[in-house]
Write a protein of this length. Structure first.
Length: 318
């Protein structure tokens, strides 16, 4: 599965390079129920072709009509709000109270081609790039970023700061078979995956491409790579000498999820050990163990599916 940003921006790059008038549209704010999250992208051109999605419905059709008629964003970016009235919500099939705030940027020449191509190249290697747009003037700048940051629109709706790249990071402790399946599934869901294992002989057997391998003790690596609210940390070695060291630090981080593989009995013993490592009960309560939804999983692939399902449910608020 390709990164959704990559699909849109690579198409935009192609249109700019051929000199065709085109637009980049970004969902910058939502209110109430909305069909697409903040940061969603769509690009379209003067021929009526488009890539990406803002709502999956009539919003795209109406927007494309306005752009092709030359009544919107002809030379500078504009902020357009859908769903501001009850009539809008009915017309565009938005949920009750739902609104979409969209920044629309015109690209009439090749001035920004190099910047867009740079972002696309970074996305190909699953790296993040930040772009700052002055909405009033259309001036944009880009800067490489170490990891994803949430889209920001200032209070006056003058400046948009948007990061493109993997939105979530999955830090796996242990490079065994379960980790390989988890990493493979997670990459299909656009996670940036890091695998840490201090055992070089295990690291050397890794087979999943596109994963950052770290041959270090997990406590040090967790502090360096995974202390942010977009990271999930999961211990999968079955070796308490490795898992517990990583969890000891993971439970103190800002990670949105910390989990560990093992049976109910093993998990209870792990909690007892973590208490002896001077972690508080509140910190230990953050631990999801046994990790994964209870789907009766037995094989490494089934365990990986249960873990990915749990992360997906948590992210969606289910």
């Amino acid at each position: 599965m390709e990164n959704a940003d990559y699909q849109v921006l690579s198409q935009l790059s192609q249109w700019i390079s051929t000199g065709e008038t085109c637009w980049l549209c970004t969902v910058v704010k939502t209110w109430g129920s909305s069909p697409r999250p903040v940061g969603s992208l769509l690009c379209c051109n003067s021929s009526g072709l488009l890539a990406g999605s803002l709502s999956g419905g009539c919003v795209e059709d109406d927007l494309l009509d306005k752009l092709r008629q030359g009544s919107l964003a002809t030379d500078k970016p504009v902020l357009l709000v859908y769903g501001a009235t009850d009539e809008d919500q009915v017309r565009f099939n938005l949920p009750c109270g739902g609104q979409l705030h969209i920044v629309i940027e015109p690209f009439n020449d090749q001035q920004h081609l190099a910047d867009i191509q740079h972002i696309v190249q970074r996305l190909e290697t699953r790296e993040c790039t930040g772009r700052t747009l002055d909405i009033s003037s259309g001036v944009m700048t880009i800067e490489d970023q170490p990891r994803f940051k949430q889209l920001q629109l200032d209070s006056n709706a003058n400046t948009l700061v948007h990061t493109y790249g993997p939105r979530y990071q999955l830090f796996l402790i242990g490079a065994g078979q379960v980790s390989m399946y988890v990493a493979s599934f997670a990459r299909q869901l656009d996670y940036q995956v890091l695998v840490c294992d201090p055992r070089q002989e295990i690291i050397d057997q890794w087979q999943v491409e596109g994963v950052q391998l770290i041959c270090e003790m997990p406590d040090d690596a967790v502090r360096q790579y995974a202390d942010d609210p977009f990271s999930a940390i999961i211990a999968l070695t079955h070796d308490p000498r490795i898992d517990d060291m990583g969890l000891m630090e993971a439970l103190k981080t800002q990670a949105f999820f910390v989990g560990a593989m093992g049976s109910t009995r093993t998990s209870a013993k792990r909690r007892e050990r973590l208490l002896q490592l001077n972690l508080s009960s509140t910190e230990i309560d953050r631990l999801h163990a046994p990790v994964g939804l209870d789907i009766g999983s037995k094989t490494p692939a089934e365990i990986a599916i249960s873990i990915i399902a749990q992360l997906t449910a948590l992210r969606s608020g289910s």
